[in-house]
Design a protein around this ligand. Structure first.
Ligand code: ZN
Length: 363
């Protein structure tokens, strides 16, 4: 039934898209089309969750909206059976979707056994469910809840008055700020002199993934072995991704609990990984995602992520006396200054980022 629903959603999406396109080409207007139009002709559409189909319409309309909002966005494209990850979203209406112990009840599907990752508090209200099949062939359901009493929630909702909560009643000098310097190898270097690096099991997972990928490249495309190996690669991909996420969640949580603000460099990770020098390693270490996590976790607590301009000379500047070197070679791992300062190059940069953050915060 899940596969059938994915198929119907894809069918409806592609039909609506081609009908919209045709109508637009004919008389320059974009008609509003609902799934109901197709149900007469294609009876089998009635066999799947109708709200899933209704969401397809919204989804397509949003895709058009994005396209019209900015020319940087692509024209909506047809969906293919071979797209990685198939999914559909359905909404809760009159309690038609429920979690019952270790089962979820879904429209037209019935009760399905699940592994519940986290139990939602009683007072939360289930709004919608997205069912998704990963490339590895595993199924996931993402549950979207609404908090009924936001003031009692774990993080609270941020009202404009509470935004500076974390800073109120504190002398500016007492504000605990952590400066973070991006590290290409590993993850980051902190102004307190410590370094964050991924644990050994993560590296092992990466190696394993690379090995399985190599194996896949030797399989004949379309063969049975190829399919089997493709699944294996997808599984390792997911495992490594989850390990990275997990590590970053824990680390960012620790930092956010400990500090009032975090200063980072405003570097463009995508641009960096595109540039010739760094290649794939930048993307792989997931620094951009880590920074995003810090950002929203801080914000939820009324704390701040301060972005320091990427052209600020954090590496070349002495964090003791403020002198700025004309040149600093990449292989100079220790920052040595005429004032007597001798410091790990990256830590020196992290301290500079922290101090620039402090300045920006009080500016
Ligand atoms: Zn100095």
């Amino acid at each position: 039934m899940f596969k059938k629903t994915f198929g119907c959603c894809r069918f409806i999406y592609n039909r609506m898209l081609s009908d919209k396109k045709a109508a637009y080409e004919k008389d320059g207007k974009l008609p509003r089309i609902t799934p109901a139009r197709y149900k007469k002709e294609y009876e089998w559409l009635k066999e799947v969750d109708s709200l899933a189909l209704a969401n397809v319409q919204l989804h397509l309309e949003k895709a058009y909206q994005r396209f019209f909002d900015s020319s940087a966005n692509r024209y909506p494209r047809y969906k293919s059976k071979h797209d990685a990850g198939q999914s559909y979203t359905t909404n809760v209406v009159n309690g038609n979707i429920r979690i019952e112990g270790n089962r979820i009840r879904l429209p037209k599907v019935g009760r399905v056994k699940i592994r519940l990752h986290r139990k939602a508090p009683e007072e939360w209200k289930l709004k919608s469910v997205t069912v998704r099949m990963e490339a590895s062939g595993e199924y996931y359901a993402s549950l979207l809840y609404e908090e009924i009493s936001p003031e009692e929630s774990m993080y609270g909702t941020l009202s404009p008055e509470s935004e500076n909560q974390a800073f109120q009643g504190k002398d500016r000098r007492d504000i605990q700020i952590l400066g973070i310097d991006y590290a290409m190898h590993g993850l980051a270097v902190f102004s307190d002199g410590t370094r964050a690096d991924y644990p050994g099991y993560y590296r092992k997972g990466q190696e394993k993934l690379a090995r399985e990928q190599r194996r896949l490249s030797h399989c004949r495309k379309g063969s049975r072995n190829y399919e089997k190996q493709r699944m294996k690669v997808a599984k390792w991909h997911r495992k490594v991704r989850n390990q990275r996420k997990d590590f970053q969640h824990k680390l960012s949580r620790k930092i956010v609990d400990r500090y009032d603000a975090v200063a980072v460099e405003d570097i463009d990770m995508k641009g960096m990984s595109r540039s010739l020098h760094f290649g794939k390693s930048v993307q792989d270490n997931g620094y951009g995602m880590f920074r995003d996590m810090l950002g929203y976790k801080l914000e939820r607590q009324g704390k701040k992520l301060i972005k320091v301009n990427r052209f600020y000379p954090s590496s070349k500047r002495c964090s003791c006396c403020g002198a700025v070197k004309k040149e600093l070679r990449l292989d100079e791992r220790v920052y040595i200054c005429a004032c007597g300062n001798r410091m790990d190059r990256d830590v020196n940069a992290a301290v500079n980022i922290r101090e620039e953050g402090r300045r920006l915060l009080s500016a």
